[in-house]
Design a protein around this ligand. Structure first.
Ligand code: CP
Ligand code: NVA
Length: 304
């Protein structure tokens, strides 16, 4: 990693204190309506190799509310579409802008480009992780429960990038994590082992009803992430894992429902649950905005 540059890549390379500071600042930004133009003359560039609504808009609005400006690049309208490497693109962008959000393929590539970059790189989602999302999720739960420590949090569905980041952030907070996925869609065991070293309580259940039993929070996500082929065979393997009222009845009476969105109503979640009184999905999406601002400030070493 380039020396002295604060990249926001994953929850392994960032300390517990830093994660907690970013969340505290996100909370202050939201509740004290902090919109000082402290990023005036600073530029953010965002590279999207995959579609985005929330990540793109929340970073753009966040940067602009703090006085900065944004340039967004899709593959089609840059030389990336003609085969210029992300590494070269990032090296060049560093000559113009102060910070970069990258939504791309793998964590491996993300880590590699961060080594070449003279400016901070923020992980805007890879096929392996989505840490910005989980920061907003934790903020949402802290607002609801004060602390996430000791909560029983249950992930149901695909052991995907968002699930991985839930596992990773368990290093920094002492919540209990139950994971229920079809056998062939389990998250990587080595990832879980790394976090268990910190004494965390992570358990796998094939039966989602057992996993959800008495949970404080139930979370799901699409059964086919971007870049994954959606097939009838694939979807049929998940049918038992839909978060519906019947499944939520196994959780605590007032259990909270979260989903990073976009949601596929009728697949991983029913409208009754996502639109229900215990769903915090819109607050969760709103918190992306506040957390993006604090991540930007942390990366630029401002406001800390
Ligand atoms: N949750 C999330 O990252 O949404 P987008 O794909 O719309 O950015
Ligand atoms: N797991 C989903 C998250 C979208 C924000 C995907 O990668 O498509």
């Amino acid at each position: 990693m380039s020396r002295g540059v604060r990249h926001f890549l994953d929850f392994e390379k960032i300390s517990t204190n830093e994660v907690r500071h970013i969340l505290e600042l996100g909370y202050k930004i939201k509740h004290k309506n902090f919109n000082k133009k402290i990023l005036k003359n600073k530029f953010l560039s965002m590279i999207f190799e995959k579609p985005s609504t929330r990540t793109r808009i929340s970073f753009e609005v966040g940067m602009k509310q703090l006085g900065g400006d944004v340039i967004t690049l899709d593959q089609a309208d840059t030389q990336l579409g003609r085969g210029e490497t992300v590494q070269d693109t990032v090296k060049v962008l560093g000559k113009y802008v102060d910070v970069i959000v990258y939504r791309g393929s793998t964590d491996k590539l993300l880590n590699e480009i961060s080594k070449f970059s003279d400016v901070p790189i923020i992980n805007g989602l890879t096929e392996n992780s989505h840490p910005c999302q989980i920061m907003a999720d934790i903020l949402t739960l802290q607002e609801k429960f004060q602390s996430v420590d000791d909560l029983k949090i249950c992930w149901v569905g695909d052991g995907n990038n968002v699930c991985n980041s839930w596992i990773d952030i368990n290093k920094h907070f002492n919540f209990n994590l139950n994971i229920s996925t079809p056998e062939s869609f389990k998250p990587d065991n080595s990832r879980i082992k790394k976090v268990k070293k910190y004494g965390r309580n992570i358990n796998y259940f094939l039966d989602p009803r057992e996993a959800v039993e008495n949970a404080d929070v139930v979370i799901t996500d699409t059964w086919s992430s971007m870049g994954t082929k959606e097939s009838k065979v694939r979807l049929s393997k998940f049918s038992k894992y839909q978060v519906n009222k019947k499944l939520m009845d196994f959780a605590k009476k007032k259990a909270i429902f979260l989903h990073c969105m976009p949601a596929h109503r009728g697949q991983e979640v029913t409208s009754e649950v996502i639109d229900g009184n215990n769903s915090l999905v819109l607050e969760e999406a709103f918190n992306r905005l506040h957390v993006q601002k604090s991540i930007l400030l942390w990366c630029l070493n401002m406001g800390f």
